[in-house]
Design a protein around this ligand. Structure first.
Ligand SMILES: [Zn+2]
Length: 194
């Protein structure tokens, strides 16, 4: 089913093979020469098709299959965070959260017996709650969309993968993007999802 979707804040549609990125940070707008990889994986990517297309149709029509695309975007030092780093942080956070959950079961039993026996709570109980608090703080940091992820979002590609659609939060950055890609980028306020 084809669905038309409009955006209040226009998206940028740019030619994949020609697109250039301004030398400024998409998050804060600071001038910069650092680059950061932004990877569009198949999972993240929606293809805007002109109707239903199977991989067989694609091959028959000579349309390239969706694949991983990497864009090198200039990002300032503060907002430069590799995808690998954030993924490791998220994995660690998940590990500690499950550990905290297991400990919670024991802690409730121990605290329950301490209270029923009228014993004062031990220092370990306090430490345990510090640990749970730290785990929750880590999960909050790891799972909130980090700067670049929120400011530079790849919405998807055209059906033939010639154009990429980007959602850019910073309007200065968006203007700069349109400016340096005059022939290869445009603002679009609606898309058709197939
Ligand atoms: Zn920045």
């Amino acid at each position: 089913m084809v669905k038309r979707e409009t955006f209040k804040d226009p998206l940028v549609r740019a030619r994949v093979s020609r697109v250039r990125f301004p030398k400024m940070c998409p998050v804060c707008g600071k001038e910069t020469t650092h680059t950061n990889k932004v990877v569009a994986t198949q999972k993240k990517t929606q293809i805007f098709s002109l109707g239903r297309m199977t991989p067989y149709d694609r091959r028959r029509m000579g349309i390239p299959s969706p694949e991983v695309r990497t864009f090198h975007v200039y990002v300032c030092e503060d907002h430069c965070l590799e995808d690998g780093g954030i993924m490791r942080l998220r994995a660690a956070s998940t590990f500690y959260a499950s550990l905290a959950f297991c400990m919670l079961v024991f802690a409730i039993m121990l605290i329950g017996s301490d209270i029923s026996l009228g014993r004062p709570l031990t220092v370990w109980t306090g430490l345990f709650f510090v640990f749970v608090g730290a785990t929750m703080a880590l999960a909050y940091v790891a799972y909130r969309p980090y700067g670049l992820e929120a400011a530079f979002k790849i919405i998807g590609f055209d059906y033939d993968l010639q154009h990429v659609w980007l959602k850019l939060q910073n309007s200065l950055y968006k203007d700069a993007m349109i400016g340096i890609n005059e022939m290869d980028a445009e603002l679009v306020s609606w898309i058709v999802r197939g």
